[in-house]
Write a protein that binds this ligand. Structure first.
Ligand code: 13P
Length: 255
């Protein structure tokens, strides 16, 4: 297996943080700290910050993503945003099925699949999140569960579309807790996700899929996590709000 077959992608997930003026200030700093990156750099920001982010990152190596999108193109879905709306703005990436959406907003594997298909049909790059709760890890069902989440999320995604999909393994117990999966744990589950993709699409496609790790990845632990053969990047929450720390993570992925 050859890690060079795929792109390292470091994506920030700002979650519900930063007003437009705060976003502008952070991006001004980020432009400096990530300018020498030798990996893809993405910031996924709240909807109201997208316009600012797109404007402020123009001509830089920073790409912009949203944190969710609806599966219908338009209609009576008060408060939702569709993939065509994001596309027209110039957004390139979208996080789908983050555990916070699953836990607090009723997102299911089935809606994750629908949103993934909607994003792909507009040419957006979905960052599809999967991961287990602590009780599930303790029950020893992590790999089966994550394989199942992956399989359902990818239903009806074609092999050609699959080349655009990014998968993020985010163990729920590691998100925002300061408790990171060990590099071995992250690599083990990422390898299992890749094996699942290989079963569905063949090894050649699976070898090219970028599989990130997310969950308390920070400036201190990024290098070790990213050195693992199946960890192709990171989806970063808290540390993506600090320009210096995000820059260190990007540097670690650029090696
Ligand atoms: P933290 O990096 O804050 O743990 O968040 C990870 C995450 O949820 C990224 O999507």
């Amino acid at each position: 297996m050859n890690k060079n077959l795929r792109k390292a992608v470091i994506a920030g997930n700002w979650k519900m943080n930063k007003t437009p003026s705060e976003a502008k200030a952070l991006i001004t700093e980020l432009k400096e700290t990530v300018k020498d990156a030798n990996c893809d750099v993405v910031i996924c920001v709240p909807y109201v910050d997208l316009e600012t982010a797109l404007r402020e990152t123009k001509g830089t190596n920073i790409k912009v993503g949203a944190e969710n999108c609806h599966f219908e193109k338009s209609g009576a879905f008060t408060g939702e945003i569709s993939a065509p709306m994001l596309k027209e703005m110039g957004v390139e990436y979208v996080i789908i099925g983050h555990s916070e959406r699953r836990t607090y907003f009723g997102e299911t594997d089935v809606t994750v699949n629908k949103r993934t298909l909607a994003a792909l049909s507009e040419g957006l790059i979905p960052i599809v999140c999967v991961g287990e709760y602590l009780e599930q890890r303790e029950q020893g069902i992590t790999e089966e569960l994550v394989a199942m989440q992956t399989k359902i999320a990818l239903q009806n995604v074609t092999a050609e579309q699959m080349e655009k999909v990014i998968i993020a393994y985010e163990p729920v117990w590691a998100i925002g807790t300061g408790k990171t999966a060990t590099a071995e744990q992250a690599n083990e589950v990422n390898a299992c996700i890749r094996a699942t993709v290989a079963k569905l699409y063949g090894k050649e496609v699976a070898d090219k899929v970028t599989i990130q790790y997310g969950g308390s990845m920070n400036a201190a632990n990024a290098e070790e996590l990213l050195s693992k053969p199946d960890v192709d990047g990171g989806l970063i929450g808290g540390a993506s709000l600090k320009a210096v720390d995000f820059g260190v993570i990007v540097k670690a992925a650029s090696k």
